[in-house]
Design a binder for this molecule. Structure first.
Ligand SMILES: Cc1cc2nc3c(=O)[nH]c(=O)nc-3n(C[C@H](O)[C@H](O)[C@H](O)COP(=O)(O)OP(=O)(O)OC[C@H]3O[C@@H](n4cnc5c(N)ncnc54)[C@H](O)[C@@H]3O)c2cc1C
Length: 512
């Protein structure tokens, strides 16, 4: 593409890069101390949180039975399950949804994060309950590699993979061998090993595929992936679990959007956005939660708190955490993960839902309106494609600089246009949504060991968020864990025994 043509394309960069705390800086000046630099804004402020900066903690002027910290899928579903109870939700961003957040372009909806769920999972069941019917994707994933399109990777299409006969034979051997492993029986052992151990005997193209699939789905390349998740996901794909995928345009942002629509009319006053929690201090009979909203710092006294934010932030704002738990929270690793939406004003690609492109700047791309494309009367003006562009931890700083983000988005567009001759078309807009720490990485030990320590409840504080579940970062896990969190809170508020056991059971019931 010539520079002149590229200059006509509008690049939009949105989203926060530091998942911590965008706070009014004036509030953070300690008496006699120095004001933090405004340069770098969220980055600088979050480092202050990380470094234990002491925020003002006024006396409590509000009370709530249950405070929910974080308004992503976990926090919003907790609020929904708590309808009728005395709760309050605090969310740092201007909007709710977290990593499951949808946007639109001239009325056409697309996702900026979480892509799809599975028929019958906790997210799908909640969607149904609030009036959303999520249609099936009804198609296996295609692959586009070496300029060629293969309709299905692991099942009927395996013979059409764009590789040599020897490589295809290696894919088949991998498929047969991996199905022989009993991952449930050997979960502990597999979770202690890197996935690469199980990829070594096969063609490098198989590792290359997993090095796209892993970062997109669980934030880690095969060297850093737990063999448990690698083996289990291989088996699920080979057995056709992807046939059970469900979604609407907007990805799983469709559920958080609907939850807000359902909750706001009745409970809007209890749902505070732009409200960043900076301290959670447990006491004998209550927990004091301090948040910053605009230029005001407020403390609310709660009987119980549901922490629905990632552990790396939780560890920095909850006081009196046992040291092994704090360490486990800090050990949880997160992948930086921008999403690039490319909007065309003519049909460019509607051949497959989730299309894998190993070796490119992006790992896969999704057709935003896939499950409604054949609805009677549906006539979209735009063809919106969502490109998953996970980065390595060492590349996180790319997201701090808007020009670097635009360069990245430009590389995604260029790589897409180079996939097939018919893709070499200019879009009307390219949007990049940046998130610095959205997806916990499914590294060895995270699922069976680290998570269990990091997520132990305190007397009056429950640790939710999808990073309490697993084995990979799933919206359905955020919802499932929140359901347990609400039952836990009801026991705590009623002064009944069994809350800790209930929480422990919820942790051991994670997907596998
Ligand atoms: C690009 C991408 C693709 C994904 N694809 C899928 C998929 O296809 N299927 C799937 O099931 N899952 C997918 N996931 C994972 C899924 O999005 C998450 O597991 C899920 O949305 C997490 O929800 P949550 O509420 O637990 O956490 P979050 O979404 O992280 O929500 C936490 C909320 O807390 C807020 N917050 C943080 N700190 C504070 C504070 N100090 N005070 C107040 N509020 C605070 C944040 O702003 C955020 O809104 C994907 C994730 C990403 C990033």
């Amino acid at each position: 593409m010539s520079h002149t043509r590229r200059d006509f394309i509008r690049y939009v960069v949105v989203g926060s890069i530091a998942s911590g705390c965008p706070i009014d800086h004036a509030l953070m000046a300690e008496p006699g101390g120095r004001s933090p630099s405004v340069e770098g804004e969220q980055f600088a402020v979050c480092h202050q949180v990380r470094d234990g900066h002491s925020f003002p903690k006024p006396d409590a002027t509000k009370k709530a039975g249950i405070v929910i910290v974080g308004g992503g899928a976990a926090g919003l579903s907790a609020a929904y399950f708590l309808r009728g109870k005395d709760w309050m939700l605090l969310e740092k961003e201007e909007h709710f949804g977290g990593n499951a957040y949808e946007e639109q372009y001239e009325g056409q909806i697309f996702g900026t994060g979480s892509a799809y769920g599975y028929r019958g999972d906790a997210g799908d069941l909640l969607a149904k309950e609030i009036g959303l019917d999520l249609p099936l994707v009804a198609m296996p994933d295609p692959m586009i590699d070496n300029g060629k399109y293969a309709p299905d990777i692991w099942r009927t299409g395996i013979n059409d993979l764009p590789y040599s006969k020897d490589v295809i034979a290696s894919f088949k051997k991998y498929r047969d061998d991996i199905m022989k492993i009993d991952f449930k029986k050997n979960a502990e052992q597999l979770d202690g090993e890197p996935f690469t151990k199980y990829l070594e005997p096969y063609a490098p193209e198989i590792k290359r595929l997993w090095d796209a699939y892993g970062p997109s789905n669980w934030g880690a390349v095969s060297e850093e992936t737990s063999a448990l998740i690698g083996v289990a996901d291989s088996q699920f794909l080979i057995e056709g679990l992807d046939d059970e995928r469900v979604i609407l345009p907007g990805g799983l942002g469709c559920i958080t959007h609907k939850l807000v629509e359902v909750l706001e009319p009745k409970y809007g006053e209890r749902m505070l956005s732009d409200a960043t929690v900076v301290a959670v201090v447990p006491d004998q009979d209550e927990v004091r939660v301090t948040y910053v909203q605009g230029d005001k710092v407020t403390t609310v006294a709660a009987k119980a708190v549901l922490m629905c934010i990632p552990k790396h932030i939780t560890s920095r704002i909850v006081a009196a955490l046992p040291s092994d738990q704090k360490q486990a929270m800090r050990r949880t690793r997160y992948a930086p993960y921008p999403i690039v939406n490319i909007i065309f004003d003519k049909p460019i690609y509607r051949k497959g839902y989730d299309n894998w492109c190993p070796g490119k700047t992006f790992t896969d791309f999704i057709v935003a309106d896939w499950t409604i494309r054949n609805n009677p009367g549906y006539q979209p003006k735009y063809n919106i494609l969502t490109f998953y562009t996970p980065l390595r931890e060492s590349e996180r700083s790319t997201l701090l600089n808007e020009d670097d983000c635009k360069t990245l988005a430009g590389r995604v567009l260029k790589d897409f246009q180079g996939l097939r001759p018919e893709f070499n078309v200019d879009p009307v807009e390219v949007r990049l949504y940046r998130r610095g720490h959205p997806m916990f990485m499914a590294v060895p030990g995270q699922f069976t060991k680290n998570r269990m320590i990091a997520s132990r409840p305190m007397d009056r504080i429950f640790f939710g968020n999808s990073d309490s579940g697993g084995p990979e970062s799933l919206t359905s896990e955020a919802v499932r864990i929140s359901h347990a969190g609400v039952e836990w809170a009801n026991l705590v508020l009623a002064g009944k025994p069994g809350a800790a056991d209930l929480a422990r059971k919820a942790l051991t019931e994670a997907v596998y």
